[in-house]
Design a protein around this ligand. Sequence first.
Ligand SMILES: Cc1cc2nc3c(=O)[nH]c(=O)nc-3n(C[C@H](O)[C@H](O)[C@H](O)COP(=O)(O)O)c2cc1C
Length: 158
Amino acid sequence: MDTLVCYYSRSGHSKAYAKRLAKELNADLREIVEVQRRFLGPMGFLKAGYDSQKERKRSIHLSGLTLLDPFTKIVVVSPVWAGNVPPAVREFAFTYKIRNASLFLLINHKRSDPEGFLPKFQKIFPKADKVTVITRLKDSEEIAEQKFQTVLEQVRNA
Ligand SMILES: Cc1cc2nc3c(=O)[nH]c(=O)nc-3n(C[C@H](O)[C@H](O)[C@H](O)COP(=O)(O)O)c2cc1C
């Protein structure tokens, strides 16, 4: 298994994309987990957005995985929080510095302008080979599926 798909997900969209990717790519699938769990509901939402905007640090683990060395291709699936990289995904980038593997990002979000958040993802993942953005509330099902298939092709051809 040379491919790793890892994801962070609060409401399940990133998880669903990651599961599909891992299945199609026969890849190892790992969740980026915050050690201190977040509250659901409106207060949890507000705190999550605040932490993301302020780029607050959070401890994470990768569901039992410690070394990324065995992988030659890594796909990170992430939502956007408050126009920024969620703290768990930011921490993942700093903890597991990806040096040698080809890196692919699949970002999914609701509707904000990617010009606002893309530079922030690119800053913390400067070595990302390809970045794909699915704008859930603007992309039609067909467009979203095309984008998803593009990620699959990119990873297969890398
Ligand atoms: C705290 C928080 C902040 C969010 N901020 C944004 C945002 O700035 N722009 C946007 O388009 N979507 C935003 N979203 C929506 C998520 O990016 C989007 O619903 C994503 O698909 C959720 O992925 P998930 O189901 O894997 O958690 C936010 C969601 C949360 C929970």
